[in-house]
Design a protein. Structure first.
Length: 208
């Protein structure tokens, strides 16, 4: 099951969603996405947050992340957001907010929901009609998790590692998961959680 991130606990995964203000685009060019990923990787490393899955859509971002300490996800998101908005505003000659308020987060409390959340995140481009298969979208963690393409942002979760003993078999098992539709109640739970999750409480304005 999923639950809003009041239980911000070390070692407990969170499904994080950050949307553009008024559904406006937060990425215009590939350079924007590259800068965002670099800023996210730096912030995740500095705040000790493991990113297991991600997708960068035109006007929103999904992450599956596990913090090593309380408040780490909030600090990571704030640091990434501050750096990225400064870049975006300079690049496009704009000012003001880019995000629809603070990010939203849902705690993933059940093991079976973790891999379902992987799939929900990496299937976003298919649901949006952008590609016909997840591997055709260049801005998600699917290539790392399913095909073993190196991605410095992605850290495998123990549940993913438990799919098989060898990396090749693990990736094959992972790809097979995408051949079966998500269970409707589980999909509804993930979709509803992403829409209705609470925004975490304020965190420091310090960039880390």
């Amino acid at each position: 099951m999923t639950r809003s991130a009041r239980l911000d606990l070390p070692g407990v995964p969170q499904h994080v969603v950050q949307r553009g203000n008024n559904r406006h685009a937060i990425f215009v060019a590939d350079a924007d996405r590259r800068f965002f990923l670099a800023a996210l990787r730096l912030a995740a490393t500095r705040n000790d947050v493991a990113i297991h899955a991600y997708v960068l859509m035109d006007n929103h971002v999904h992450l599956l992340a596990t913090p090593a300490c309380t408040g780490a996800v909030g600090r990571m998101m704030q640091s990434t957001g501050v750096r990225y908005v400064a870049w975006f505003n300079r690049r496009y000659g704009r000012s003001g907010t880019l995000w629809e308020g603070r990010y939203r987060a849902i705690v993933i409390e059940r093991d079976d929901y973790l891999l379902a959340c992987h799939r929900y995140i990496e299937l976003n481009p298919l649901r949006a009609g952008l590609v016909a298969r997840p591997g055709a979208f260049g801005w998600s963690s699917y290539a790392a998790n399913a095909d073993g393409i190196p991605d410095p942002l992605v850290t495998p979760h123990p549940i993913y590692l438990a799919l098989a003993a060898s990396a090749a078999r693990r990736r094959a098992h992972y790809r097979a998961l995408f051949e079966v539709a998500l269970d409707p109640p589980m999909l509804a739970g993930l979709r509803g959680g992403a829409r209705n999750a609470r925004r975490p409480d304020s965190v420091s304005d310090t960039v880390t």
